[in-house]
Ligand binder design. Structure first.
Ligand code: SF4
Ligand code: SF4
Length: 329
């Protein structure tokens, strides 16, 4: 799978993101877009390896060519998973679409959700309208970054709108030079308690919390791991996201490594080769230390490929800022 990074534009301002700040400080142009023609060239090269793509940004609903892009993906029989905050008015192409058509075209949505106080009434009305239309083809995503926050509002919304009963759960990770909020490694134990507590509440409401990349096995006790499995979520201690491909067909490993080891996607003859090129580029810039902890290189779980040693973006932090003990902002 690959993600198409369509636009930097976003008006949501999640504290764990700050994409535009990163972009500005790296000298990039906030208004640049991945063009439909670039996507066409990409599919000409990699389509056999791309039964589906993720559409992200920025905010895909602010991408001005969404109509044309979805038509191209449909014509090429490529499914689309759209990552959105769903707080903007529906783009015209979605205004015309029913959930049944979305299903037939293999389009679904992952909606990044915050607490009610993070939405204006207008933004929440847009979200409400989106859910009323697309709930059957939508699931929520949630990023752990406030270890005191309740997650009950997610479960309430799933019940209220009939959303899919699975939540894609991430942990806020540092973005290179990003100045974003993230969970410091010193707080991973508290984060594990938090996830176990939230996953238990979710399970009691027949909702599964799945783990995105960046979690590490040793943040949990064996008992917690057993409990999480009983709650139904798959354990995941990998560092291996889908490749992101953005404007100019530049590719990068994943969002936190947005500025590290960019590669021209068209220099690869296959997606596999592109991923290898990106891994090599990241290693060249961040070194090949094998994990976020000194003990990773002798860890049996690492040796048996059960934990990949956490998020590589911590390597850039360790070099650049003093080690945080609290959530950073
Ligand atoms: S470096 Fe690895 S763990 Fe971190 S976001 Fe990228 S893929 Fe995920
Ligand atoms: S590989 Fe590193 S982060 Fe993962 S469990 Fe072992 S010591 Fe912990």
């Amino acid at each position: 799978m690959a993600n198409l990074y369509l636009t930097h534009k976003c008006n949501r301002g999640c504290p764990f993101c700050f994409a535009r700040k990163v972009l500005r400080e790296s000298g990039g142009r906030v208004d640049e877009l991945l063009t439909v023609d670039e996507v066409r060239r990409l599919l000409d090269r990699f389509q056999r390896e791309l039964p589906a793509v993720g559409l992200l940004g920025g905010e895909p609903f602010l991408y001005p060519h969404l109509d044309e892009l979805l038509a191209l993906l449909k014509e090429r029989k490529v499914g689309a998973k759209i990552f959105t905050s769903a707080t903007n008015p529906l783009p015209a192409v979605l205004e015309r679409m029913t959930p049944e058509q979305a299903k037939a075209d293999r389009i679904n949505f992952v909606v990044n959700l915050g607490t009610r106080d993070t939405y204006t009434d207008e933004k929440f009305a847009n979200l409400d309208r989106f859910f009323r239309r697309f709930a059957p083809v939508s699931c929520l995503s949630y990023t752990i970054f406030d270890l005191n926050a309740s997650a009950s509002h997610l479960f309430d919304l799933i019940d209220e709108y009939g959303l899919q009963r699975a939540i894609r759960t991430g942990i806020a990770l540092p973005i290179l030079h990003g100045g974003n909020s993230y969970i410091a490694l010193d707080d991973y134990k508290r984060a594990s308690d938090y996830l176990v507590r939230v996953a238990s509440e979710a399970a009691s409401r027949q909702i599964v919390m799945s783990m995105d990349c960046g979690f590490i096995a040793c943040m949990f006790t064996d008992e917690q791991l057993g409990h999480l499995q009983r709650c139904g979520g798959e354990l995941n201690f990998s560092c291996g996201a889908a490749v992101d491909i953005g404007p100019g067909l530049q590719a990068w490993n994943c969002f936190p490594l947005f500025q590290v080891g960019r590669v021209d996607a068209m220099k690869a003859s296959s997606l596999r080769e592109l991923m290898d090129m990106l891994s090599a580029a990241v290693k060249a810039e961040l070194g090949d230390a094998c994990g976020v902890k000194p003990e990773c290189h002798t860890c049996d779980l690492m040796r048996r490929h059960l934990c990949e040693g956490g998020c590589a973006s911590f390597k850039s932090c360790q070099e650049n800022i003093s080690y945080p003990s609290q959530i950073n902002s």
